[in-house]
Design a protein around this ligand. Structure first.
Ligand code: HEC
Ligand code: HEC
Length: 197
């Protein structure tokens, strides 16, 4: 939870303080509903950071993640409060809207040596479910390549300290990776994803 608070602090520093959830209610289009997300997730879901880019996500991943925020199954700094303002129909409409947008990779610096080590770890422990360095929306497992570093860092530490529960299989791989390469391995993975331009 310590890490989540740090993400919240980063958001406030970026002026991304959340004011009010405003569900427009029955029949609003995905585009209209999605406009309220732009303050943090950027125009059409392409974030300038530190909130994650959500453009191009598969509809099932989007909907399941939003429902998990809403029920607080995934702990979050901000998204539980936001997701509570939307019905399943609203979520489906927004899922279809964002799935049509194009994921655009963040332009950010990455350490080449760390990225090379991270690539080896990714291929061994993560690629099976996060194909193409985690760029394939069809995997329904979120985006890693080109996602904002800060978001990846906090998400990985949330998985490590149990604030967010990964699937059993992912947990097994993440823990074996960590046993072998430690916190440095996590940092190397983040550099690898950030190096994907
Ligand atoms: C005040 C900033 C803010 C607003 C407004 C906001 N989000 Fe988020 N969103 C975040 C942050 C920060 C995260 C990372 C999880 C967390 O800490 O809450 C996130 C995470 C997400 C994720 C998960 C991304 C992933 O890769 O798994 C989705 C999906 C999402 N938001 C959708 C939305 C939608 C749809 C809206 C508008 C209805 C919205 N968000 C409005 C800040 C915001
Ligand atoms: C057995 C399949 C599997 C393996 C192996 C796996 N993952 Fe995942 N990962 C998933 C799934 C499914 C999700 C999305 C659902 C969830 O929250 O668990 C996910 C989500 C994530 C997320 C959050 C994405 C977001 O947008 O919020 C990150 C970060 C991540 N994985 C990193 C890794 C890393 C790093 C490895 C290797 C050490 C790894 N995963 C190995 C299946 C896997």
């Amino acid at each position: 939870m310590k890490q989540s608070r740090a993400l919240q602090a980063a958001l406030f520093a970026c002026g991304l303080a959340f004011t009010a959830a405003s569900s427009a209610g029955g029949g609003a289009s995905g585009a209209m509903l999605g406009n309220t997300c732009a303050g943090c997730h950027g125009t059409d879901g392409v974030s300038a950071g530190p909130a994650p880019t959500i453009a191009g996500m598969s509809a099932p991943y989007f909907t399941e993640t939003m429902q998990a925020f809403r029920s607080a199954e995934i702990k979050s700094t901000i998204m539980t409060r936001i997701a509570k303002g939307y019905t399943d129909a609203d979520l489906d409409a927004m899922a279809a809207h964002f799935a049509k947008k194009k994921f655009s990779r963040a332009s950010q610096s990455a350490d080449a040596g760390a990225a090379a080590r991270g690539e080896k770890l990714h291929d061994k422990y993560c690629e099976k479910c996060h194909e193409d360095a985690g760029a394939n929306a069809k995997d329904d497992s979120g985006f890693l390549a080109g996602q904002h570093k800060l978001y990846l860092q906090y998400t990985l530490s949330d998985f490590m300290d149990g604030s967010r529960e990964p699937s059993k299989k992912m947990k097994k791989k993440l823990m074996s990776m960590h046993k072998k390469a430690g916190d440095k391995g996590l940092a190397d993975l983040v550099e690898y994803y950030a190096s994907q331009k």
